[in-house]
Ligand binder design. Structure first.
Ligand SMILES: Nc1ncnc2c1ncn2[C@@H]1O[C@H](COP(=O)(O)OP(=O)(O)OP(=O)(O)O)[C@@H](O)[C@H]1O
Ligand SMILES: [Mg+2]
Length: 169
């Protein structure tokens, strides 16, 4: 039997990280952690005040996520983190070298539609534009898989489990 994966679910806002992450974790029989819960108090204060985070704010947050992932090494786990830039993923891997990435991809119109239907959240179109502009997809040398987010959460999760299984072969 192969070692359980520690999976970082990545992708632009609204792509379904928080929706798919727990379903994937349940499917794999491992714990899920929500990346947003790892922000230090200073980041929460900034975000509450509507001030965008810069990269210097992100490093301690990414380190905390990476430490959780490292703690699950050999045991398996799923954690969400948009991880849009390669340097963010490098930072996560510095803590958790064995982590694999699940990139949830989808066309912009679909994600925009889902975001518009999301209750209790407001996401201006410009923010989604900037997410797509920032996104650096997984590169050849990065362990991970990309899965399209059309269909139901259950279908996406099945696709993700199958893609992750293929990583072992
Ligand atoms: N497969 C799906 N079919 C229909 N709606 C979906 C699907 N996946 C997610 N959604 C809905 O789309 C919205 C965005 O999903 P979700 O919050 O999981 O994205 P996210 O990647 O965690 O976003 P953020 O980066 O803002 O945290 C939610 O309202 C969610 O219920
Ligand atoms: Mg989320």
């Amino acid at each position: 039997m192969s070692t359980p994966h520690v999976v970082v679910v990545m992708g632009v806002a609204g792509t379904g990280k928080t929706t798919i992450g727990p379903l994937l974790a349940a499917g794999l029989g491992v714990p899920y952690a929500e990346g947003d819960d790892f922000h230090p108090a200073a980041n929460i204060a900034k975000m509450s005040a509507g001030v965008p985070l810069d990269d210097s704010d992100r490093w301690p947050w990414l380190d905390a996520i990476g430490q959780w992932a490292h703690g699950r090494a050999g045991l398996g786990g799923v954690v969400s983190s948009s991880a849009l830039k390669r340097v963010y993923r490098d930072r996560l891997r510095a803590e958790a070298p064995g982590a694999v990435f699940l990139h949830l991809t989808g066309d912009r119109a679909l994600i925009e539609k889902r975001m518009a239907e999301r209750k209790g959240h407001f996401m201006p179109t410009a923010l989604l534009d900037s997410q797509f502009a920032t996104l650096q997809p997984l590169q050849e040398d990065e362990a991970g898989v990309s899965v399209d987010v059309s269909g139901t959460p259950e279908e996406i999760t099945e696709r993700a489990v199958a893609a992750l299984r293929r990583l072992d072969n």
